[in-house]
Design a protein around this ligand. Structure first.
Ligand SMILES: Cc1cc2nc3c(=O)[nH]c(=O)nc-3n(C[C@H](O)[C@H](O)[C@H](O)COP(=O)(O)O)c2cc1C
Ligand code: SF4
Ligand code: FES
Length: 632
């Protein structure tokens, strides 16, 4: 334990929030009443059991925050005591996550997105107007424990992408209490946000009616076929629509047969790194260590990405079924769905799907009489983009700061809780069902030889019909944009951000680019997580670049120097150019940016630092954004 023990006591509601999660304390060693004389000398509930519950630290802190709005000293102290975690250690965890507050916050907080897609729809001006009307936003930085604040008066904060870019400008309202209220707000206006800040009732969740589209080649099939047609809250409806036929088929095929089909399908992971799923699953399956774990990466925090949200909210049983097949193939007995904190409706729907599947014997012991025992749970993130990186995600589930690990060892041999782990993106799992049902060869016949199947793209920004669109790999960017109606009539497309903040810009004269891994790689671009943000002439691209630079500076976990310092220096140089205060002219600043970019690419241990210069670089070199040497 720490040398400095906290003496603050939890309030009754804080104590009960923790006890609801952990059960009542079993001895005075973990925050209970002092019991027998023996209890005064020995821990009845032993140290090993306590240490094994370390992974519950983040859920415990989240439970406190959800109950009273922030982590008070007393509540924090009680969580540490119950879990046997030194307060200094837990403090490092609490301050890592943006959605956790270690300084006072009112019960209701409205998080207003000012990231790239929302900015293209006027979010910067909206925040400015909101500040004038409702006062300054709360800051993220810890600023002491003595902030004067009326807990009953709602406040607002800036937020990075909330994964609601299809209904930009977007916001998220969170209200702490005995029953926490969380609602995604789409098409936010000054009036709707002001009403929320004046205590008005939050409206329905705007994540619930997503715009989707498909190319003619996909037709009524594809990954979105149940969206809007099958009740996402009903297992019976899912089964009536053919649900769980894939699991039955997987059991017929056997675990090796499933991996054979996934390998024949040449399925590449949809989370950004495009790793072959069959190879990953085989590697996990062949590990002698046990248990094996399965992780569905639903952190989806790349600015401009919201496809996983649509799958999770509209087709939750498909993800549960696909994960069950994944567990069968990899020999995993337990699975985690790591869901970003900002997706309340997805949480509700996925939780509902898991409970119904369990009640029907589709999770648990001896599923469908096959001998397969597998169960799963949801872990919610707490506002950290880096936790989408798979090893940072493992750290987060284990109750630590979400800092990426050095690789090797790779997760297939040493992942979550140091055990063999298969981690896949939500969309990757969604592809498992058609592969198992239709066979790997049929799947591989769609798309191109190297990029097989279809892909979900998230169209946002200045596009007529923002939404999730599905096309086979090999469709052109022009065809994809046409599905969403292109830019509004009378406007001109200036640039497209492809692949997200970690991706890059392409020009309006490059729309014949084929959307495959090989074509984008050859063109010096990337598909990343399927982001396609359109910018017409009404959008200030230099402002978008500054926002991207701020995003990386904010989200760097700070573990390695090139990324921690480089993201700061990058943003500073861009600000100097924007303010006309360059050190030796724009050309010199651009050369400096290039040097910083190289250092981040070469010296960072994870993809965040390695890609933090990508979008900036493409804006400089591909769009020629600063080529005129002008500073503003
Ligand atoms: C900074 C960073 C953020 C990431 N965020 C996500 C994410 O939100 N969702 C995701 O599936 N993969 C994300 N990834 C990729 C994961 O590390 C990992 O490659 C992926 O989950 C593997 O699944 P797949 O093989 O199905 O693509 C991220 C990677 C980095 C470096
Ligand atoms: S590259 Fe950046 S985000 Fe990744 S581990 Fe290093 S400091 Fe953290
Ligand atoms: S929700 Fe605002 S940019 Fe994605």
């Amino acid at each position: 334990m720490d040398i400095r023990l906290l003496d603050a006591e939890p309030a009754a509601e804080e104590r009960s929030a923790i006890d609801e999660l952990l059960g009542p304390p079993e001895s005075s060693w973990e925050g209970g009443e002092r019991g027998s004389a023996r209890d005064a000398h020995t821990a009845e509930f032993g140290g090993r059991e306590t240490r094994e519950r370390r992974h519950l630290l983040l859920p415990a802190l989240q439970a406190l925050q959800a109950r009273v709005g922030f982590l008070t000293e007393g509540g924090f102290n009680y969580a540490c005591e119950r879990l046997g975690v030194p307060p200094a250690d837990a403090w490092g965890v609490a301050t890592f996550y943006a959605m956790l507050a270690t300084t006072p916050r009112p019960r209701r907080v409205v998080h207003v997105c000012d990231d790239i897609a929302c900015r293209a729809k006027g979010a910067a001006a909206l925040c400015h107007a909101l500040e004038k009307r409702a006062g300054a936003p709360l800051l993220h930085e810890p600023n002491g424990n003595h902030v004067e604040l009326d807990p009953g008066k709602p406040a607002w904060m800036h937020s990075p992408c909330l994964g609601l870019c299809d209904v930009a400008p977007a916001a998220l309202v969170v209200e702490a209490g005995a029953k926490v209220v969380e609602r995604s707000i789409g098409n936010a206006t000054l009036e709707s946000l002001s009403a929320l800040l004046e205590g008005g009732e939050p409206p329905r969740d705007h994540a619930d009616r997503p715009q989707i589209g498909r190319s003619a080649a996909v037709g009524d099939a594809g990954l979105l076929k149940r969206v809007g047609k099958v009740d996402p809250a009903s297992l019976a409806a899912y089964r009536a629509a053919g649900g769980y036929a894939a699991l039955a088929r997987a059991i017929e095929l056997g675990a090796e047969g499933v991996i054979r089909e996934v390998t024949a399908a040449k399925l590449l992971g949809r989370g950004g790194a495009a790793f072959p799923t069959g190879r990953k699953w085989e590697a996990v399956r062949s590990q002698a260590a046990s248990p094996h774990y399965l992780v569905c990466n639903a952190d989806e925090s790349e600015p401009g990405t919201f496809k996983d949200r649509v799958l999770l909210t509209e087709d939750p049983f498909a993800i549960v079924e696909a994960m069950t097949i994944g567990a069968f193939a990899t020999g995993a007995s337990h699975g985690y769905l790591y869901l970003r904190a900002e997706y309340p409706l997805a949480f509700e729907r996925m939780q509902g799907a898991i409970l119904q599947a369990r009640a029907a014997g589709l999770l648990g012991k001896n599923i469908l009489g096959s001998g397969l025992s597998y169960d799963m749970e949801i872990r919610r993130g707490a506002g950290a983009y880096i936790c989408g990186e798979e090893t940072a995600l493992f750290e987060s589930i284990e109750g630590k700061r979400g800092e990426p690990r050095n690789k090797p060892p790779f997760p297939v041999s040493r992942g979550l809780f140091k055990k063999p782990t298969a981690a896949n993106n939500v969309e990757t799992f969604a592809n498992i069902l058609p592969i198992v049902l239709g066979g790997g060869a049929a799947f591989a016949s769609v798309g191109t030889a190297q990029s097989t199947g279809t892909r979900l793209f998230c169209l946002s920004g200045t596009v007529q019909r923002p939404g999730v669109y599905e096309v086979p790999f090999g469709a052109t960017l022009r065809e994809l944009i046409a599905l969403a109606g292109g830019v509004p009539k009378g406007r001109t497309l200036k640039a497209v951000l492809l692949g997200g903040a970690a991706g890059g810009f392409v020009r309006a004269d490059e729309l014949d680019l084929k959307l495959t891994h090989e074509d984008t790689r050859a063109a010096g671009a990337t598909l990343g997580s399927g982001v396609v943000v359109l910018f017409d002439e009404t959008v200030d691209l230099r402002d978008a670049i500054l926002r991207i630079a701020a995003f990386f500076r904010d989200e760097s976990c700070g573990q390695c120097v090139p990324c921690r310092v480089g993201t700061v220096r990058q943003e500073e140089a861009l600000h100097r150019i924007a303010a006309g205060k360059t050190r030796g002219g724009v050309k010199r600043e651009l050369a400096l940016l290039d040097e910083i970019g190289d250092a981040m690419k070469d010296g960072s241990i994870c993809g965040l630092g390695q890609t933090a210069y990508s979008a900036v670089e493409s804006a400089i070199k591909r769009l020629g954004l600063y080529a005129d040497g002008a500073t503003a």
